[in-house]
Ligand binder design. Structure first.
Ligand SMILES: Cc1cc2nc3c(=O)[nH]c(=O)nc-3n(C[C@H](O)[C@H](O)[C@H](O)COP(=O)(O)OP(=O)(O)OC[C@H]3O[C@@H](n4cnc5c(N)ncnc54)[C@H](O)[C@@H]3O)c2cc1C
Length: 250
């Protein structure tokens, strides 16, 4: 489990497939299956040993390198030539706890499947995202969506205290409404988007990579970037060769 922000986390639930399975899927076209990761020593009769590199140029099979590439060559070809469907043969399910405004951005990724905590069924947890003072910065002067420079001294401290107050106030009203018998689905109307929610998300490897491309980017909001980086760390463990290609292409 990776802790994120002040109360969030990202946990792996399960994954399927592997870099090898991607190759196997692509090889359905030739019925050859996975041949192994290289490089392998060149076995061409007459090919000189690698210790004599000057004499190797005559070998047409290894082009004088003494080595024959393995299936890493095919994986690279698939990845760099947008042959995407074999990467749909692998995937991952994760559990995420994040503020509702992060989920608002996340749920735009329609190729993932989601199941989220319901505030109609369950009382929301008393958990709000309160950014550190260092995160409370000014509006960017050049990018209409983004954060900019540090605020003047004392402003961030004041803003953070105001945020905390409004969250506490919202919570007090929410609890009073529930206590008075107001329906959960109605009482939640007072809850701000800094409220934490919880979900499971599932996607295939192709679409997790698309998510990482968009949400690890510096243009994405800092908070969702923390989650996308954590998704990336899980993908790197489970699909190391595909992830290396993704990072090369960034
Ligand atoms: C920095 C940033 C700023 C953003 N700002 C805004 C904003 O101001 N307002 C806003 O509304 N959104 C905003 N978004 C969300 C953005 O428009 C996308 O909805 C989001 O990034 C999901 O991308 P996607 O559609 O590629 O992903 P997915 O929905 O997962 O789709 C993946 C791919 O499947 C294909 N696809 C899926 N559905 C369809 C379809 N219906 N028709 C055709 N092809 C489809 C497309 O090729 C798509 O790229 C922003 C996103 C980012 C990263």
């Amino acid at each position: 489990v990776t802790p994120l922000l002040n109360h969030g986390y990202l946990a792996p639930i399960e994954h399927w497939g592997s870099d090898e399975r991607v190759i196997e899927a692509a090889r359905m076209s030739t019925a050859k299956g996975f041949q192994g990761w290289g490089p392998f020593p060149c076995t061409e009769p007459g090919c000189m040993p690698v210790e004599m590199p000057g004499d190797l140029n005559f070998c047409t099979k290894c082009k004088g390198t003494g080595e024959i590439p393995g299936d890493e060559k095919l994986l690279r070809y698939l990845y760099t030539h947008a042959h995407h469907t074999p990467f749909e043969m692998a995937g991952m399910v994760i559990e995420v706890q994040a503020p509702i405004f992060v989920f608002r951005e996340w749920h735009r990724h329609r190729t993932q499947s989601y199941n989220e905590l319901s505030a109609r069924y369950t009382e929301l947890p008393d958990m709000f995202y309160l950014p550190d003072e260092s995160r409370i910065v000014g509006q960017s002067a050049t990018n209409k969506q983004a954060s900019g420079e540090e605020l003047d001294e004392g402003l961030a401290e004041w803003a953070r205290a105001e945020m905390a107050l409004s969250q506490q106030r919202a919570r007090i009203v929410y609890e009073s409404l529930l206590k008075a018998g107001v329906a959960r689905e109605v009482a939640r109307i007072v809850i701000p988007v800094s409220q934490y929610s919880r979900m499971r998300a599932s996607a295939n490897l192709r679409n997790w990579l698309a998510f990482c491309t968009l949400r690890m980017d510096p243009k994405a909001q800092w908070e969702i970037r923390q989650y996308a980086n954590a998704v990336g760390a899980l993908l790197a463990e489970r699909f190391p060769r595909t992830w290396a290609l993704f990072m090369e292409g960034k």
